[in-house]
Write a protein that binds this ligand. Sequence first.
Ligand SMILES: N[C@@H](CCC(=O)N[C@@H](CS)C(=O)NCC(=O)O)C(=O)O
Length: 212
Amino acid sequence: MPFELYVDSLYTSPYALSAFVALTEKGLPFSVKTVDLESGEQRQAAYAGRAVTGRVPALVEGEGDHQFVLTESTAITEYLEESFPAPEYVSLYPQDRRQRAQARQIQAWVRSDLVPVRVERDTEMVFFGKACSPLSDNAQAAAAKLVHVAERFVQGPQNVFGAWSIADTDLAIMLSRLVRNGDPVPAKLQEYVEFQWQRPSVQQWLARHQPG
Ligand SMILES: N[C@@H](CCC(=O)N[C@@H](CS)C(=O)NCC(=O)O)C(=O)O
């Protein structure tokens, strides 16, 4: 396997999911290794000595002296896109320069804003249906902003930019924090989340939650 992808052992990291989907969409052979974040494995030398930020996901390419280890999911997806470009490989980003910039905009935004939604609707709820309390005032405001921005981007029930891009997966996972919990979200955005959820690369990630 030329690549290894380190993900959290519960498979709940939306950032690990994004890197997993990127590798899967590119059709690259890779093995998945898990890191137990609960026990702090990410801070131990065996992991942090290689994955310098001590977080998941981490992409490992090659072996020995030539091994290359990269963390930060968007750095990983950009690296894969440059290393394995279209048309030979599936594109992770739109071909149009402005759309590509907007895809990066979505990716950066869902990772840096909306903290109350990320805290009060964590991905254990998304993937395991964990019960959640009603949203606080702060989280309601963040949820309203998420819906407002998503409605500007999502014009139909399918992809933001016509062809699928990795920003669709990232935006849909963010929206699924509300949709999966039954928080009010316009039907168009619910359909969008469902469409993205059915993507085979996302389903391959979900299959990792099944026992056995
Ligand atoms: N901006 C990073 C975020 C990565 C991140 O927050 N990873 C979390 C899991 S979702 C993690 O490794 N947490 C353990 C820690 O920080 O100690 C990315 O996009 O990869």
